[in-house]
Design a protein around this ligand. Sequence first.
Ligand SMILES: *Cc1c(COP(=O)(O)O)cnc(C)c1O
Length: 214
Amino acid sequence: MREELRPYIPMTVAVSKYRTPEEILARYNEGYRLFAENRVQELLKRVSIPMEGVKWHLIGHLQSNKVRSVLPYVELIHSVDSEKLLRLIDREAARIGKTQSVLIQVNVAKEDTKFGISAEELIPFIKKCEDLEHVSIEGIMVIGPHTDNKEEIRRVFREGRRLFEEGFTLRQNNVRWKTLSMGMSSDWKIAVEEGSTLLRLGRILFTEEDPQDI
Ligand SMILES: *Cc1c(COP(=O)(O)O)cnc(C)c1O
């Protein structure tokens, strides 16, 4: 069945960490409208760059004490990794009259250094959060393993897609399932082949490196 899937062309969020405002504006002028930072402090600096129609995503670990400062500025948080954090986001979103879109970060690669909940926990975790009325749970973020082994990367991404498809069976008011955030500069081609719907691309958008060589 997998073999019959044609690669779907995903959306791209431009990961602007370490870049100057000029570099970010250059991507904006080329047409990019989704930008992401992995740190709240950096995101808060960048949201003031005047770019009409741009939406900001947070893709890095979110500490509880940063929720309040970042929420007004962020369209999508990719990195929700605990019930405590999701409850905090919900409470803060209620306070400012917002429904916050989030993805759950799943540690499919099972690397110790990575944040994220385990694959087995995903569905129970979401069901436990059924009572939250100010979050919109829209999918998952998967980070590929730190390796050059393409088969290993593919295995992780295939598992990510399988988990994503499981999510479509959820019937829950705060679930609007649609996004599989998977693939960065080093592994985006495999992510596309395995069914990503949103790529997070930094280096290959901002440097002269030929994407074909990565
Ligand atoms: C930095 C980062 C990216 C982008 O990485 P590149 O290799 O520059 O494409 C994607 N996702 C996360 C979570 C990141 O921190």
